[in-house]
Design a protein around this ligand. Structure first.
Ligand code: AMP
Length: 191
């Protein structure tokens, strides 16, 4: 079993590349952002709880996010491996994920960061906002708030995974195909 965390700032291409990795390595893809958006669309209790945070570009509280993630893993236990996209995003989430995976005899094998500078990310997100109608991609203040959330709460995880010798970084600039090949080369070298 090979379990991957795909890591990076908003707009770095995590979701796009997670799908290629999922298909090639037969992983089950869990995107916490997609799960929240699905719950918001379906107006579930969880969706109502999460909506105000997504609207502002704030992180949803850990207690809500961790429970949702654990339920998603437990509902798909026959997976050959998982790719976690957009989770963990805080130290508490990362520690909880390790503890939780341990209870089902699993572990993270690699955390792979897509590196892209913020100017490029802002233009990618504004472009995506036109296509997807995501309100958090259409407003520069919300985008900047998401970068702040990343810098204040998520970037600390680089050291967390470096200390476990599980952190790998990939250049996230260039064509989608080029980035996919870089990721495949890295994962092949780790498996
Ligand atoms: P994403 O689609 O990954 O860019 O996530 C969109 C939004 O969903 C984020 O700005 C947060 O409001 C929320 N979200 C997604 N994943 C998490 C997480 N692991 N922890 C807290 N909030 C999250």
């Amino acid at each position: 079993m090979f379990n991957i965390v795909i890591f990076g700032k908003p707009g770095s291409g995590k979701g796009t590349q997670a799908v290629f990795l999922k298909n090639k390595y037969e992983l089950y893809h869990i995107s916490t952002g997609d799960l929240f958006r699905k719950n918001i669309t379906n107006e579930t209790k969880l969706g109502l709880e999460a909506k105000s945070y997504l609207d502002k570009g704030d992180l949803v509280p850990d207690i809500v996010t961790i429970k949702m993630l654990e339920n998603e893993v437990l509902s798909n236990k026959d997976a050959k491996g998982y790719i976690f996209d957009g989770f963990p995003r805080t130290l508490h989430q990362a520690e909880s994920l390790d503890l939780f995976l341990d209870t089902i005899d699993l572990k993270i094998n690699a955390t792979i960061a897509l590196e892209v500078n913020e100017d490029e990310l802002i233009s990618r997100l504004l472009e995506r906002g036109k296509v997807t109608n995501r309100s958090d991609d259409q407003d520069i203040d919300k985008i900047k708030n998401r970068f702040n959330e990343y810098n204040n709460k998520t970037s600390i995880l680089i050291n967390y995974y470096k200390n476990q010798s599980k952190f790998f970084s990939v250049d996230g600039k260039g064509s989608v195909d080029d980035i996919t090949s870089r990721l495949f080369d890295l994962v092949d070298s780790l498996k």
